[in-house]
Design a protein around this ligand. Structure first.
Ligand code: NOJ
Length: 766
């Protein structure tokens, strides 16, 4: 074996030398083992000049989707002189090939480039936004959506996605809550693992897989006041307990790269945070891939007031554990000087460069730099009918039925519908934020989806009803990109009322425009914009049943809507098949099963609001009285819709919880069982949720923490026993020394349909 390995290494070496002489790409076979890789990379490093090594740490942008104040210049010249390790924002086989050719054929060592892109919820086949797909609680489906995204993007020349975003978010003012899995660390961890598996598969050498990137490390979702890029100030305990688990889970799932975040953490920017990027990420969690900064993040440490210039920024970043610099070129421009001056060691540069070369090696780029550039693949793999069909299923699963009085839904096919609202005929908004190669014209609007389902528009009367907003500040902040109908508000509302008068039922498609979520899209008021609220209030006065179909990228405040609408269906931004999926659910061809993964507050003053809060010494609990309690004078503590909430067209009854034992020892397990029965008239899927509460602990515990869930599909009248195993692992928490331990004592277990409506039982850990 050793002989074979070394013979192969000799061959690889010879090929490399030959390649360099002939100025063609360096070739080795993909999928070789660790030893081969170490040898290959060491040999390559030995041939590289300091400047070529630093070049590998440099990522430039070329093309589109610029997300910062800087755009790269002289990209081609830099590639040819070995100053670029990776490029972002370029795709299609043609465009990527052009750049890869420059690197492989015109740079001295011919080292291939990594091509990264924000493939966040699909590439051309756009799936619902991440917050939506998390609401399916269906990890197999989530994994498949990432796998299709990898298949399509790799067919278009890419080999690296900046996804999954696993930041826990408890603040819906933050526009980027749409890009993650919501507020819970347990569920967020499962989603993170599923996405990494989906993108990377089991072999990065397979050309249908791409590198995943865990972002934004770390704690980016805890930006103060929900204002994007803002400071994070947090105790270590809270980090470990509530915010770190999804990052750690994604590392353990084998994610190849990590992105350092824009924010500072307790005074130190994440991008210069050695404790975060090295001590925790590498030493404690064992991450062995490479760390890329977020866009321009080293340079932004100047604005943070942390460093005076790019020279000090580069020094701090590499020392902290950053390997690749996204776009600002602080490393490119300063590391050589820093090495010369002895302020950064050559060993540090070598280490960062090695990690990047290893990723290229694992992808098989040294074996064949063009392996993602097969001109045949794009036509075959991108936007396949079966991927679209899957996008429709994913969308249906992600919808959350928030209200359904008197079974107003599902709709009967023979009823006349007034389909009203600025989002009803929009296909472009279905894309939501980060739509990669997605196209508005690929997407099915709600109007077209209903028309497809009904086989025509005889029972459909459309009215635009209102513009998304007339708030000039909002319009300006969106760069003027808000669709306006052009008519006066009065004319639009009058048309909507006339449509309602002629119809049996009103379906209003309202909410946020697709570009109102995502990066730099924080809102202080998370209600439906006023123009649309006026429309809803007028429609209500017509006396016709009112169904609201929401399109939006964050939890919203919906008190009026909850009180006044007959039904509310949360559809997020549902992707290419959005309209068809909405029609499937509105007309009962699919029974909704989604459950919220982020709490919907009653008003913005309740934020941050999340289910796994602590109890306080003066909880506002029944029987506790109402004076001098942890409460507001003007609103109850409970949210409008809690974490885990979502209705169905059928009804699921839960039995009492039965425990296999009332005591648990450290090696044992308890089985907690409920019988769930579908007592309604149609088949449905229920997400059965299990929560645990530690009644007394050396660190004040949360009132409840999700520890398990099961998706159960039941025919009408069918019942099923659902059992959760509880072991000591589920009872662990971080104590004040940050040891992960369980303490003996009493625990409560809750099983139910959401985080508030649960049965309960208790046991003792001995
Ligand atoms: C900035 C965003 O924060 C990050 O999520 C994204 O991956 C990069 N820009 C690259 O576009």
């Amino acid at each position: 074996m050793n002989c074979v390995v070394s013979l192969r290494n000799v061959c690889v070496q010879l090929m490399f030398v030959l390649a360099v002489i002939l100025n063609v790409s360096v070739a080795v076979s993909a999928g070789a083992d660790q030893q081969d890789m170490d040898k290959y990379v060491s040999d390559l490093l030995a041939k590289m000049s300091v400047s070529e090594k630093i070049g590998q740490l440099n990522q430039l942008t070329i093309g589109f989707d610029v997300t910062g104040p800087r755009v790269s210049s002289d990209v081609e010249a830099k590639i040819k002189s070995g100053k670029v390790g990776s490029v972002l924002n370029t795709c299609t086989v043609n465009a990527v090939s052009k750049l890869q050719d420059m690197a492989v054929k015109e740079s001295r060592l011919g080292i291939p480039i990594l091509f990264g892109y924000d493939v966040i919820h699909g590439y051309r086949t756009i799936f619902p936004i991440p917050l939506a797909i998390a609401s399916s609680w269906d990890m197999a489906a989530i994994e498949k959506s990432a796998q299709i995204a990898a298949l399509e993007s790799s067919a278009d020349g890419l080999n690296w996605t900046f996804s999954p975003m696993v930041d826990i978010a408890r603040d819906p003012r933050w526009g980027r809550i749409s890009e993650g899995a919501g507020e819970d660390s347990y569920l967020g961890s499962r989603v993170a693992e599923a996405m990494v598996r989906g993108y990377q598969g089991s072999d990065l050498g397979d050309k249908e897989t791409i590198l995943a990137c865990i972002k934004h490390f770390g704690l980016y979702g805890a930006a103060i006041a929900g204002r994007d890029y803002n400071t994070v100030d947090m105790s270590r305990l809270q980090m470990y307990e509530d915010y770190f688990p999804p990052y750690k889970a994604a590392v353990e799932a084998g994610a190849a790269t990590v992105m350092s975040s824009f924010n500072d953490i307790n005074g130190i920017p994440a991008t210069a945070n050695k404790w975060l990027l090295t001590d925790l990420l590498r030493s404690e969690w064992g991450f062995d891939g490479f760390v890329v900064t977020d866009y321009n993040a080293i340079a932004e440490m100047i604005e943070h007031g942390f460093v005076a210039d790019g020279y000090h920024g580069a020094q701090q970043a590499i020392k902290a554990g950053v390997d690749m610099d996204m776009v600002d070129e602080c490393m490119l421009n300063n590391l050589e000087t820093l090495v010369r001056e002895g302020k950064v060691s050559m060993a540090q540069i070598d280490q960062a460069c090695r990690r990047i070369l290893e990723a290229k090696y694992k992808l098989g780029l040294f074996a064949d730099p063009y392996r993602y550039l097969d001109p045949e693949r794009a036509g075959k793999e991108i936007f396949k009918a079966e991927s679209r069909e899957f996008a429709r299923q994913m969308a249906r699963e992600s919808f959350v039925l928030l209200k359904n009085n008197d079974n107003v839904l599902p709709l009967a096919r023979d009823k006349k519908i007034a389909l009203v609202g600025p989002l009803a005929k929009s296909n472009w908004d279905m894309l939501g934020c980060w739509s990669a190669a997605g196209r508005g014209e690929d997407c099915v609007s709600v109007y077209d989806g209903i028309k497809n389902l009904l086989g025509g528009d005889d029972n459909l009367i459309f009215a635009h009803g209102a513009d998304i907003t007339d708030d000039q500040l909002l319009i300006d902040r969106l760069g003027g990109q808000v669709h306006r109908d052009g008519r006066s508000a009065e004319d639009m509302i009058a048309e909507a009322v006339s449509a309602a008068d002629k119809a049996d039922i009103v379906v209003a498609v309202v909410g946020e425009q697709g570009n109102m979520c995502g990066e730099a899209k924080s809102r202080s008021d998370i209600s439906i914009p006023a123009t649309q609220q006026r429309l809803l209030k007028t429609l209500k006065r017509t006396g016709k049943p009112l169904v609201i179909v929401l399109m939006n990228g964050r939890p919203m405040t919906l008190e009026w809507e909850d009180t006044n609408a007959d039904a509310i269906l949360e559809t997020w931004f549902a992707g290419v098949e959005g309209g068809n999926a909405v029609a499937d659910v509105l007309y009962g061809d699919y029974n909704p099963s989604g459950k919220l993964t982020a709490t919907f507050p009653r008003n913005a003053g309740q934020i941050p609001i999340y289910y796994n809060h602590k109890n306080t010494g003066r909880p506002m609990s029944p029987g506790g009285g109402s004076f001098y309690r942890s409460a507001y004078l003007d609103v109850v503590n409970e949210p409008l819709y809690p974490f885990g909430y979502g209705l169905s067209y059928t009804i699921f009854n839960y039995s009492k919880i039965s425990l296999s034992s009332s005591t648990l020892n450290s090696n044992g397990k308890i089985e907690a069982t409920v019988t769930v029965k579908n007592v309604g008239k149609r088949a449905g899927t229920e997400v059965v949720q299990m929560y645990i509460r530690d009644m007394t602990a050396s660190v004040t515990p949360a009132v409840k923490r999700l520890k398990g869930y099961k998706r159960v599909s039941l025919e009408a009248g069918e019942s099923r026993e659902v059992t959760f195993d509880i072991t000591v692992q589920d009872l662990k928490f971080y104590n004040s020394e940050l040891d992960y331990i369980a303490e003996s004592g009493k625990f409560k277990v809750y099983i139910g349909t959401n985080s508030y409506d649960c049965g309960e039982s208790e046991f003792v850990l001995e």
